[in-house]
Design a protein around this ligand. Structure first.
Ligand code: SAM
Length: 439
């Protein structure tokens, strides 16, 4: 979708861009390329930063806006079987020659709800995984938590197993809104969990909020920001609510022909803008179109900074995405298939893509635009292309429309541009990728 076609109402469809070429273009034909990338001579990959993503697909409840691969109502045995498969997958990966003895720079536990695992399961996961791969020397180990799944004991376990960054899915502080949107927790659980997190002490704490939860109002949104400020987390992430195809709300809209229950895009952007203003007045700094940090020197997000710049990422667990030595890949996205394949001793890669150098350049450029500023000089040197000339047309169009400025080789998004950056990025895509479905 080009800049001009951005719809005003929040219709069903994907908005957030996290990779390129679009996931819909990844194919099973490329799986052998992903496998051979994992067999590269370790000397060739030794200087590339390496991260590990671990997907935990379980939740207490499915949020009505959730579009991730998650399973609810799973018993302890199902979870233990999954954790066993994860460890087996890590073992299989560690046997590929390209991994060699490379250290992990970062680890990210995402979901679903990683904090759905019990302390016992977490300790055993860490212990058994460390036979094959260790995050002892990693700079950052992030763990996503749903407030209602935490306890003092579980947080102590997280600290013991080396978690450095807690990411708490707050979304809203309003109980009625939390309930309407199908969240598993209510506001008292947020405050309780946050106090425990601070008392136990983690180097970094992030909270997630969503602008545009169903039922949101101006007044309540401003109250949300006040409450977030009272907590003073190191990092505040604000997503704009989107309705990809597989959410409960999207299904209701399609089947019942109802109107979107979510505020329109201009309202969501205004809310994010107001939040940015209020948070900046209190000392926060913008670190991307979605994130604000208290202390830019200390509050780095190693995962984002490296993934967006094209590091190697081992994606493990059902439906995970990874990238290795120039090849994108994604795991099987049904838990039964994932487990069967791993249990047979095979890597569970389902589809992959080997982008051209030009496509990797587009990927890095568009992801860095989400940070609000890009030194095109560095990109030109890295890819051996004059990036200013290569993308002269979209730069010119978007500068004219007030979304960015380009001085020499320094690209800066204006506030207006940053607030809707994802909608600007398709203009940089190759023509054959502009009109295709994203996921
Ligand atoms: C993968 S989810 C995991 C959240 C975790 N299970 C929890 O309960 O806190 C990570 C974040 O994505 C964001 N998110 C999920 N669905 C979204 C949607 N439809 N639109 C915008 N943001 C969304 C939420 O802020 C959420 O905290």
């Amino acid at each position: 979708m080009s800049t001009i076609e951005t719809p005003v109402t929040t219709e069903v469809g994907s908005y957030f861009i996290s990779n390129y070429p679009p996931f819909s273009q990844w194919k099973s034909d490329y799986v052998p390329a992903a496998l051979s990338a994992l067999d590269t001579n370790p000397a060739e990959t030794a200087n590339t930063p390496l991260g590990l993503y671990i997907h935990i697909p379980f939740c207490r409840k499915r949020c009505k806006f959730c579009y991730f691969r998650v399973y609810t109502n799973q018993n302890a045995k199902a979870i233990e079987d999954y954790v066993r498969a994860l460890i087996q997958e890590v073992e299989l990966i560690s046997q590929r020659s390209a991994i060699g003895t490379r250290d992990l720079l970062f680890v990210y536990f995402g979901g679903g709800t990683p904090s759905y695992l019990s302390s016992k399961q977490l300790r055993s996961l860490r212990e058994r995984m460390s036979e094959f791969i260790t995050w002892e020397r990693a700079k950052e180990v992030t763990f996503e938590c749903e407030p209602g799944t935490l306890s003092v004991e579980k947080l102590e376990t997280l600290k013991d197993i080396g978690i450095t960054r807690i990411s708490l899915g707050v979304e809203s502080f309003n109980d009625q809104i939390l309930e309407e949107n199908g969240r598993a927790h209510l506001s008292p659980e947020i405050f309780r969990a946050y106090d425990w997190i601070r008392n136990i002490g983690f180097p970094q704490v992030n909270i997630d909020l969503i602008a545009g939860m169903v039922g949101e109002t101006d007044e309540n949104w401003h109250r949300n920001i006040d409450k977030a400020l009272e907590m003073m987390p190191d990092n505040i992430t604000i997503y704009q609510m989107e309705l990809p195809f597989n959410t409960v709300y999207s299904k209701e809209m399609r089947e019942q022909g109802t109107q979107s229950p979510v505020a329109d895009w201009p309202t969501k952007r205004r809310w994010v803008n107001e939040a940015m203003e209020r948070l900046m007045a209190a000392g926060y700094h913008i670190s991307s179109g979605n994130e604000l940090v208290r202390n830019p020197d200390k509050d780095q997000f190693v995962y984002r900074d490296n993934v967006w710049r094209g590091c190697d990422l081992l994606g493990t667990g059902v439906s995970s995405f990874g990238h290795f030595h120039g090849v994108h890949y994604q795991n099987l996205d049904r838990i039964e298939d994932y487990m069967d394949t791993v249990n047979r001793g095979e890597l569970p890669i389902n589809r992959a893509m080997q982008p051209t150098r030009h496509q990797l350049l587009i990927r890095e450029l568009v992801l860095l635009m989400k940070e609000g500023q890009v030194s095109l000089d560095r990109l030109s040197r890295k890819y051996g292309v004059d990036v200013v000339a290569e993308f002269a047309e979209p730069f010119r169009n978007q500068q004219k429309a007030g979304y960015l400025t380009l001085e020499g080789t320094e690209l800066k998004l204006t506030r207006k541009g940053l607030l809707q950056v994802d909608s600007l990025l398709t203009e940089y895509f190759e023509p054959q990728h502009r009109a295709v479905r994203y996921t």
